[in-house]
Design a binder for this molecule. Structure first.
Ligand code: HEC
Length: 136
């Protein structure tokens, strides 16, 4: 048992080392990136799906507005840097938030919650590609 665990840990460590080496984020200059906005997004996304499943339409709309602002910011930021992938990911995020809003309007909270979960994946997919893993 013990051996198996440490072998797995070793694989994980090797795996994340390879990811660090492979990440294109190392070549990106992020000094002017809005980390405060990212932290707002982080706080907001935690309430997004729970607000929807609680059928709290007004809270869900407030969350959506902040998230949309975030995705517009990243679309614009990475657009200026010419990082097409990150722009496309940001647009996917905005589209999903729109899907959430439309479903909240219709009172279809199940579909809205599903789109909210997908929105979280959008954050992750950009981070996997462009968020530096190492402390700066
Ligand atoms: C298109 C790319 C992209 C999208 C979309 C994106 N992020 Fe980020 N995020 C980044 C990058 C790049 C950094 C690293 C910035 C830096 O190192 O200065 C970051 C950093 C962060 C951080 C760390 C901030 C800190 O304290 O240093 C948090 C938290 C975060 N993002 C949350 C989110 C959440 C939540 C979402 C989705 C709602 C999201 N991000 C969407 C690219 C993205």
């Amino acid at each position: 048992m013990k051996n198996k665990t440490s072998y797995r840990n070793m694989l994980l460590r090797v795996g994340s080392f390879v990811l660090v080496l492979a990440t294109p984020a190392l070549a990106l200059d992020l000094h002017d990136y809005d980390d405060d906005l990212m932290r707002d997004l982080d706080r907001t996304i935690k309430f997004f799906e729970p607000d929807i499943t609680a059928q709290n339409a007004s809270a869900a709309k407030e969350d959506a507005a902040i998230l949309l602002e975030g995705f517009r910011y990243t679309e614009d930021y990475f657009g200026k840097k010419g990082v097409a992938d990150a722009v496309a990911i940001s647009r996917d995020g905005s589209k999903l938030v729109d899907v959430v809003l439309r479903n909240v309007e219709k009172g279809d909270f199940d579909s809205a919650a599903a789109a909210a979960r997908d929105t979280t994946q959008v954050c992750k997919s950009c981070h996997e590609l462009y968020k530096p893993r190492l402390a700066r």
